[in-house]
Design a protein. Sequence first.
Length: 263
Amino acid sequence: METPETPDAIALPSPWADSRVAIVVPTYNERGNLRELFDRIAALPLPNLRIIIVDDGSPDGTADEAELLGKEFAPERPDFVSVLRRESKDGLGRAYIAGFGKALETDAEYIVQMDADLSHPPEYVPSLLGGLLSTDASMVIGSRYVSGGSLADEWKLHRRFLSGWANVYVNAILGLHIRDATAGFKIWTRAALLAAELDSLHSKGYSFQVEMNYVTKLAGGKIVEIPIRFHERHEGVSKMSLKVKIESAKLPFRLRFAGRRKP
């Protein structure tokens, strides 16, 4: 597969560039992507940035590799990498909740969520932060479907159709009015995550993305989308199982007709 062109990271004005930012990255068997991911994040013009890896017991040694790489950065950036180890694979949503909780224990003002597989180019993080700070938004989405956004060339027609259909589906049921409601590349204000009441969320899998959009809207938060180019993963395989797909299909109805809270 041809390596996609890396976008340029924008330089934010001070004091925006000095914002305290935590990037939460769930992992499962992503060891092969970590070196490039960390190097590209470290190169961003954001000196007060840290990475929180949330690993679900990866058998390929992802957590160990993350800790080793963190030690390489430690002499100059001692708090750059932290690793949260979870004993078992409990779903993307649960991993994000754990990572967000860890981020909220730090002094981070803004929290980014992104994939470890480089499908979300880290160079867009300053653009996400700029989009947040230049508006009154609670959350900014790196969107594939707003003007200027795009998908990886490797995506076949059926993947494009399913992704587009999923967005139509959840918007029709939940009334989100979000072009990329299933996106997983986002930045939050600290206040928005606290308002989301993370412990009350239903989702374990990828439907977490939709649920977080929904609860943010319910809390009165504003959601803004900025364009990104979504890339194909670099290494490894997708973790979206049939069980996860079924949960994703059922969740919008559960939220819309049964309420957001657990019975």
